[in-house]
Design a protein. Structure first.
Length: 306
């Protein structure tokens, strides 16, 4: 059964959106959404053992597996279902139909839970709709999943605003500093810093130790997830082995921007040592095995196929 949406088809609609022609895009998006939902009922039946996703790439699949610890079989749908819903949310937002936009974007996150831009946009919709708890929770969920320094910084900026609203200026200051470090050019960061100077200038002058203590007292993180950096570097290793130097460089730079040069170098050494140990174990195992015995289908597979 062929999926009802293709890359070419969704790009055609996104051209309308890029030109601001919502009236042309919306009917086509609604038709696609209905076709996707009919298709999913028959071809993508979720069970306790199997779940279907439309991850953007092998990195997202690997990162989801490591971060979410989902034991189910993950089936990649080779169709951009997530973009249908994300584009629909964009169209609804342009018409100020924020409740409909929220519901559409929830489906985009369901299909690609590692897309942090979706999560941040959904968080903002919850803020607009007056649900601050969901706003804060979704922004915080990005910290664990962000594979891009700017998206991490945007999440911190949202959390800074959230905790200023809660009248917890020291916690807000901790996030404001991370926003300034990771996304200094973002409008969200500038808006937060301006608000700080107007409403909480004393907290803005607090020491790093004070803000760290305030975060720690609430059990809150303000650091990128090292597991995400490891996944990026694993994919960089796989790309290098496949001869794709450009992809290897992109993955490595994203990891460096997240965790810093020193941590990135340490993680690369750790991955190489782990790979060498695994290769040695496989070699030893192969040496003592029956040559006629069948080999595991996953043996020797790359990191991103884990």
């Amino acid at each position: 059964m062929e999926a009802p949406v293709t890359e070419e088809g969704i790009r055609h609609i996104e051209n309308y959106l890029g030109q601001g022609d919502i009236d042309a895009a919306l009917p086509e998006l609604l038709e696609l959404r209905d076709a996707v939902e009919d298709y999913v009922k028959d071809a993508c039946v979720t069970t306790d053992e199997v779940q279907f996703f439309s991850f953007a790439d092998t990195f997202e699949r690997l990162a989801y597996r490591r971060v979410e610890r989902d034991p189910r079989t993950l089936v990649q749908v080779d169709a951009p279902f997530d973009r249908v819903y994300a584009d629909l949310a964009f169209a609804y937002s342009a018409q100020r139909e924020y409740g409909l936009a929220r519901d559409a974007l929830k489906q985009a996150v369901r299909w690609d839970p590692m897309n942090c831009a979706y999560r941040l946009d959904l968080a903002e919709l919850y803020r607009v709709l007056g649900n601050e708890d969901e706003w804060g929770a979704l922004a915080y969920s990005v910290l664990e999943r962000a594979a891009d320094a700017v998206l991490f910084g945007r999440a911190c900026a949202a959390l800074g605003q959230f905790f200023l609203n809660r009248e917890e200026p020291l916690v807000a200051a901790g996030y404001a500093r991370r926003a300034a470090a990771f996304a200094p050019r973002e409008e969200a960061t500038r808006a937060l810093l301006e608000r700080f100077m107007q409403e909480a200038p004393d907290a803005a002058e607090a020491s790093d130790e004070e803000t760290a203590r305030a975060l720690g007292e609430q059990g809150l993180s303000a650091e990128p997830n090292a597991e995400i950096a490891i996944c990026l570097l694993m994919c960089a290793t796989d790309a290098a082995r496949a001869g794709d130097r450009d992809a290897a460089t992109r993955y490595t730079l994203r990891a460096r921007d997240l965790v810093g040069e020193d941590a990135c170098s340490a993680l690369i050494r750790l991955i190489r040592e782990s790979d060498a140990e695994l290769a040695s174990e496989r070699e030893a195992g192969a040496g003592g095995s029956d040559p006629a015995a069948p080999q595991d289908a996953g043996e020797g597979s790359a990191h991103a196929e884990s």
